[in-house]
Design a protein around this ligand. Structure first.
Ligand SMILES: [Zn+2]
Length: 377
């Protein structure tokens, strides 16, 4: 057939560009034309259709189209739609086809070019216990970004607070705090240059909150969560909401107007007695924010994390500010996933919030006073 003979003459470089610019789909119906979807086998169902025909007798022939084998004059189509447009050139005019082509190709490029951001990686690691060894999982991090519509821009920042040989006491946390602050300050100017900074953290809870605090004037932070199963252990499990968070005031009686306790029972329940044991001489107003489903994966999606933070700010921190205007310190007792610990720190409002005193939960000692964040410090 005549049509096939000139189709074969389309230069390979033009054919390749046509496949690329259309993302391998029929530019009219959007169907994939490189795969038989029912059987999942690779095929070539593509027809390279001319808007202005090659031959004088062909559809939409135009003398002004001197070379028909150019990208602007070609559409990648399925067989059905190729037949449709060539059988009805009165309906499928050159103007209509050109409009369809340019809209389709603009859609493809919008998805690929603009919705993907270039992300640098900030990997933060601190010893979880005195003796743990955390496997290097860096090779896993950039595929996680791709899975989420971003890609790694080659900038990798590592913040390590491995202080070996000392227990996780107040001295440890004081050194760790200074170490993190120094390292973040060093990389801050280049963090600002990144379109997006994806944060992967693994450290004792107070250090994760403090990291968030140091990053809380950055607008381009994405926080990830590590899970215990799956090939990509760092990737979000779902895009959907999987949990709810409820705020409850446990202790109403007030001995002191100056302090309030917040218990985060998210990944596990923290019994009030363990908090009270650290405060034998007075009884403080105590709030708990609890996950309906308490588990290591209590926060399985970015939506879960966002819902948590909204509840935390509106139903907890703001409520305390209104109901306890004399409070100077909020004590935090935390059993919560990494992502929301970092986000809590990012949520601290330097000009508004009182001192947050962060306790670390330890196997032998129970809770210890680890570090505070206050104002700009
Ligand atoms: Zn089609």
């Amino acid at each position: 057939m005549e049509e096939k003979s000139y189709s074969r003459n389309i230069p390979v470089i033009i054919q390749n560009a046509l496949w690329a610019i259309s993302a391998g789909r029929c530019e009219i119906c959007g169907k994939k034309i490189y795969i038989e979807e029912k059987t999942n086998t690779l095929v070539n169902l593509a027809q390279k259709a001319h808007i202005h025909a090659f031959s004088q007798q062909g559809p939409r022939y135009s003398k002004s189209q001197s070379n028909p084998h150019v990208l602007d004059n070609l559409m990648l189509l399925c067989m059905e739609d190729h037949k449709l447009i060539d059988d009805h050139p009165d309906l499928y005019t050159a103007e209509i086809l050109k409009k369809q082509k340019s809209e389709f190709e603009a859609k493809v490029s919008a998805v690929v070019d603009t919705q993907r951001s270039k992300s640098s990686i900030l990997f933060f690691r601190g010893g979880i216990t005195e003796h743990d060894t955390i496997k290097q999982e860096l090779s896993e991090l950039s595929p996680v970004l791709l899975n989420n519509g971003d890609f790694f821009n080659g900038k990798y920042y590592s913040i390590l607070v491995d202080i070996l040989g000392i227990p996780h006491d107040e001295v440890y946390f004081s050194i760790a705090k200074q170490t993190i602050k120094k390292q973040i300050n060093e990389i801050k100017p280049s963090l600002k240059d990144s379109g997006c900074v994806s944060v992967f953290g693994l450290a004792p809870s107070p250090l994760l909150v403090y990291l968030g605090f140091l990053l809380n004037d950055e607008s381009n932070i994405k926080v990830y969560q590590r899970f215990r199963e799956g090939t990509l252990k760092w990737d979000w499990k779902t895009e959907n909401q999987t949990n709810e968070f409820l705020v409850e005031q446990l202790i109403l009686r007030v001995d002191s107007e100056n302090e309030v306790n917040i218990i985060l029972s998210i990944s596990a329940e923290i019994a009030y007695e363990r908090v009270k044991g650290k405060q034998p001489n007075h009884t403080l107003p105590t709030f708990v924010i609890r996950a309906k489903r308490q588990a290591f994966d209590a926060v399985s999606s970015e939506i879960d994390a966002d819902i948590f933070i909204k509840k935390f700010r509106e139903n907890l921190i703001e409520k305390i500010r209104i109901e306890f205007p004399n409070v100077k310190v909020i004590n935090f007792f935390m059993a919560a996933p990494v992502s929301i610990l970092i986000k809590i720190g990012m949520n601290y409002q330097k000009n508004v919030d009182v001192e947050w005193r962060l306790f670390d939960q330890q196997q032998k000692l129970g809770f210890i006073n680890a570090l505070s964040i206050k104002g700009d410090d």
